[in-house]
Design a protein around this ligand. Structure first.
Ligand code: SF4
Ligand code: SF4
Length: 441
C-alpha cells in the first residue's frame, strides 16, 4: 500500500473521500485474463481501452506519475462499465467500484467542459431525481413522436445542425407510445394461495418506455401467489447517477428508496430492470459511511431480488399454454456480470412450452447501451450495437429477449438500422403471454 504522497514525492491525483481505495487498486496482478471479455478492447485492440490499461492509468494518477489529462479521461470515458472484466477476473478486482470511484473523482475535480457540466446538472440533478419532471419530458417526447414533428425534423436539415448530444438523443430516443406505469401506492392482490408480499421498483425510464412490461411483471407475480405493493414515494434507483460519478445525489436518491421500501414491510423488493437491481443490491457500499443509513442500506440490498431470480427461487408455476416461437436471449451486463444471474432468465424461457430458445454468439458482450453511453460515446455504442444486431440475426430467432430497458432500446435501434424485423421483448413479457394464453385457452 502506498501513502498519500508517492515514494517519488509526487502528490496523488486522487484526493476526495470517494476516490478509488488502494486495496481495490492494487489487487490487479496484470494477468490480462480480462482483456478478451472487454468490448472496447475487442473493438479497438488497444491496451489503453482494456480493463488492465484503465487500472494502470488509475494507478499512475494515484501515484502522481500522470495528471488526469484529456487523454487519460478519454480512456476512462470509453469504458461502458459493463463489468464483464470483473466477472472473469481471477483476482476478484472490483472493477465496477474502481470505475465508479474514478468517475466520482472526475466530477469532484471538475474535469468537464461548461457544456458537459450544464448537461449533467440538468440530467443527473434536476431530471432523474424527480419522477414528475421525467414524466413531463416523456409526455413531450410522446407528442413530438406522434404529431409528425419527428418525421418532419428527420426529413429536414435541422437535425444535422443540432449540437452532438441533442442529435444523438433524437436519433436514439425510444418510442414512447404506451401507457406510463405510475407508482401510486397501489397493492395488487395475490391470486390463489398467498406465497409472499413484495414491493416492486418502478424506476425511471422503464415505466415510461415499457409500462406494459411493468404491468406484465405485476401479473406474473400475482399469478404466482405474490402480493405486489408499489410504494408511491419511491424514485429512480440512482444507477445512472452512481455510474456517472454523481454520488452525492445518488445517495439522496438511494435514501428515499430505502425509506420507502422499508416502510412497505415486504419479503423482497423485486426489480424488473437489471441495471436498477444491481445498483440497489449495492446500496450498502454507497452508504457505508452514513451512520444513519448504513445498516438500512445493507438491509434493502439483501431484500432486493431481480425478478427472474425471485421467480425461480419461489419457484414459479410453469405455464401450460404453448408459445410457438423461436427466441434468443441477450444477457444484460448488469444481470450477467454485476449480479451473476444467467441461468434464471433462461430457465423461465425454457419452462414455456413450445418456445425454442437459441443461444446467440457473444450473448454476454455488451450491446453498447450502457446507461447514457449512447449519448457520451455514440461511435463505440453504435459499433457494439451493430455487432449485437449481427449476432441476433444469425440465430434466425423472431424475438430477442432481455431484462433491461437500456438493452431493449439499444437493440431496437440497432436492429432497425440493420433493416431486421426481429422483435425485442422482455423475458417476463413472454411468461405473461403464456399465462394469458392459458387463461383464454
Ligand atoms: S483486472 Fe483481473 S483479470 Fe484483468 S489484468 Fe487485473 S487481475 Fe488480471
Ligand atoms: S467495464 Fe466493460 S468496458 Fe469497462 S473495462 Fe471492464 S469490460 Fe471493458
Amino acid at each position: 500500500m502506498i501513502e498519500n504522497t508517492s515514494t517519488a514525492g509526487r502528490i496523488s491525483g486522487f484526493t476526495g473521500p470517494d476516490a478509488p481505495t488502494d486495496e481495490d487498486l492494487y489487487t490487479c496482478v496484470h494477468c490480462g485474463l480480462c482483456l478478451n471479455a472487454c468490448p472496447t478492447y475487442l473493438e479497438t485492440g488497444l491496451e489503453a481501452e482494456s480493463p488492465r490499461g484503465r487500472i494502470a492509468l488509475m494507478r499512475a494518477v494515484r501515484e502522481g506519475r500522470t495528471a488526469i489529462t484529456p487523454s487519460v479521461l478519454g480512456h476512462w470515458e470509453l469504458c461502458i462499465q459493463c463489468r464483464a472484466c470483473e466477472a472473469v477476473c481471477p483476482s476478484n478486482v472490483p472493477y465496477g467500484r474502481l470505475m465508479e470511484a474514478t468517475r466520482t473523482e472526475m466530477v469532484r475535480q471538475g474535469k468537464r467542459t461548461p457544456r458537459e457540466r450544464a448537461a449533467r446538472s440538468i440530467g443527473y440533478r434536476w431530471l432523474l431525481p424527480d419522477q414528475r419532471r421525467l414524466r413531463a419530458v416523456a409526455t413531450g417526447l410522446k407528442l413530438y413522436q406522434r404529431s409528425g414533428l419527428r418525421a418532419a425534423v428527420r426529413a429536414s436539415r435541422v437535425l444535422k445542425l443540432m449540437p452532438g448530444g441533442l442529435y444523438q438523443l433524437e436519433r436514439a430516443a425510444p418510442s414512447v407510445n404506451g401507457k406510463f406505469f405510475k407508482p401510486r401506492g397501489q397493492t395488487f392482490a395475490a391470486r390463489g394461495t398467498r406465497r409472499g408480499r413484495v414491493a416492486l421498483l418502478s424506476g425511471c425510464v422503464m415505466p415510461l418506455v415499457d409500462g406494459k412490461t411493468m404491468e406484465a411483471a405485476v401479473r406474473v407475480l400475482t399469478r404466482n401467489g405474490v402480493e405486489v405493493a408499489v410504494p408511491a414515494d419511491q424514485g429512480c434507483c440512482a444507477a445512472l447517477n452512481t455510474h456517472a460519478g454523481e454520488r452525492d445525489r445518488a445517495r439522496d436518491m438511494a435514501k428515499r428508496n430505502i425509506d420507502s421500501f422499508l416502510a412497505a414491510n415486504v419479503d423482497a423488493v423485486v426489480v424488473a430492470s437489471a441495471g436498477c437491481g444491481s445498483t440497489m443490491k449495492e446500496y450498502g457500499g454507497l452508504l457505508k459511511a452514513d451512520p444513519a443509513y448504513a445498516k438500512k442500506a445493507e438491509k434493502v440490498g439483501r431484500l432486493t431480488k431481480d425478478i427472474h431470480e425471485f421467480l425461480v427461487e419461489l419457484p414459479f408455476d410453469p405455464p401450460k399454454a404453448e408459445l410457438k416461437l423461436k427466441v434468443t436471449y441477450q444477457d444484460a451486463c448488469h444481470l450477467a456480470q454485476a449480479q451473476r444471474i444467467t441461468k434464471a432468465p433462461r430457465e423461465i424461457l425454457r419452462a414455456i412450452p413450445g418456445l425454442e430458445v437459441i443461444e446467440m454468439a457473444e450473448s454476454t458482450i455488451c450491446c453498447g447501451a450502457g446507461g447514457t453511453y449512447f449519448l457520451t460515446e455514440p461511435a463505440m455504442s453504435a459499433r457494439l450495437g451493430k455487432r449485437k444486431a449481427g449476432n441476433i440475426s444469425e440465430t434466425g430467432a423472431a424475438i430477442v429477449t432481455t431484462a433491461n430497458p437500456g438493452c431493449a432500446i439499444q437493440m431496437k435501434n440497432a436492429l432497425r438500422q440493420m433493416g431486421s424485423g426481429v422483435q425485442v421483448k422482455y423475458v417476463v413479457d413472454l411468461l405473461d403471454e403464456a399465462y394469458s394464453k392459458e387463461r383464454s385457452g
